[in-house]
Design a protein around this ligand. Structure first.
Ligand code: SF4
Length: 304
């Protein structure tokens, strides 16, 4: 079955994509294409340092290859597809996909996920759905419980005490200020405790079909750097946030909603952090623009 990487609301499947106006080449791509291209290779650390990467201009080819791997290649089965935020919200809200329950559950799954594996996020989410039964997990239903109740159900996630507090705060804010629903504006959601750009943008993308920014987690940050789309891997602080801003200059807005699902699944199944399975990857070839693969090759040929 072909996956829809607009899981976060914007489809990249040909049907919808064909209806969209082609995006003009972006300034970021132009700069990267015509800018100074500089690679330094440290043989001791096998680290490439680049100032302006030609690879950022190759993102459409990278995207197509990753999409192919995710739909019919080695990246078909990834945890994010069954346990990601959208999959959880759909499973919890059932047929109420456009309703308050779906939107609130999207927020809950996104708030549970930081620093936590998908399987743990899914377990915590399902525990909260159970806790609220026989009601659907709306903000009203969750707000009836105490912080201890919520902590107990989500303690398999990291920072569960803080998350429990933030989840209940979010439920009360939705009830008190937004009639039991998510706010209508992203700025309002970003005022919720525990909701930063990553959680806020993903929530709005799934729940409201609005893309206000790219959700950059550790997978997106790592892969975007490996492929040379951005050059933020050595940032001393806020690397993912720097990646987000750089990616928003490179990728057309119509792709923003799909980046997370595409790259997270690719990172979980093939381009893993410690041992990427380059032997399964369509981008493991000379000229593909993968800086990590280039570094590995250079390292192995210099040692042979
Ligand atoms: S590091 Fe390996 S798996 Fe990741 S994109 Fe490059 S070639 Fe593919």
């Amino acid at each position: 079955m072909l996956k829809n990487f607009a899981a976060n609301s914007i489809s990249t499947t040909p049907g919808k994509a064909a209806r969209r106006k082609a995006h003009p080449m972006h300034l970021g791509v132009l700069l990267a294409t015509f800018g100074v291209f500089s690679l330094r290779h440290s043989s001791s650390s096998s680290v490439f340092v680049q100032r302006a990467s030609a690879s950022s201009a190759q993102w459409p080819a990278h995207w197509a290859a990753i999409e192919e791997m995710r739909t019919s290649g080695a990246g078909v089965a990834s945890p994010v597809d069954t346990m990601g935020a959208e999959a959880l919200a759909i499973s919890g809200a059932g047929s109420y996909r456009q309703g308050k329950a779906f939107r609130f559950q999207t927020l809950v799954s996104c708030m549970l996920s930081p620093q936590t594996k998908d399987a743990q996020t899914a377990a915590a989410f399902r525990n909260l759905v159970e806790l609220c039964k026989p009601l659907d997990m709306t903000s009203d239903a969750l707000a009836r419980f105490t912080e201890e109740d919520v902590q107990e159900r989500i303690k398999m996630t990291s920072f569960y005490k803080v998350k429990a507090k933030n989840l209940l705060n979010a439920a009360h804010l939705c009830n008190d200020k937004y009639e039991g629903d998510l706010p209508l504006r992203i700025e309002q959601l970003l005022e919720f405790p525990g909701v930063g750009p990553k959680v806020g943008f993903l929530t709005f993308s799934i729940a409201r079909g609005e893309d206000h920014g790219i959700c950059v987690d550790t997978h997106v940050h790592r892969i975007a750097n490996r492929l040379g789309w951005v050059n933020t891997i050595q940032a001393k602080s806020n690397g993912p946030e720097k990646s987000r801003k750089a990616l928003e200059l490179i990728l057309p807005k119509e792709k923003w909603g799909a980046v997370n699902g595409l790259l997270v699944g690719f990172g979980q199944s093939i381009c893993e952090a410690k041992r990427p399975k380059c032997n399964l990857c369509l981008l493991a070839k000379e000229g593909s623009g993968c800086l990590h693969y280039g570094a590995l090759n250079a390292s192995s040929s210099s040692s042979s």
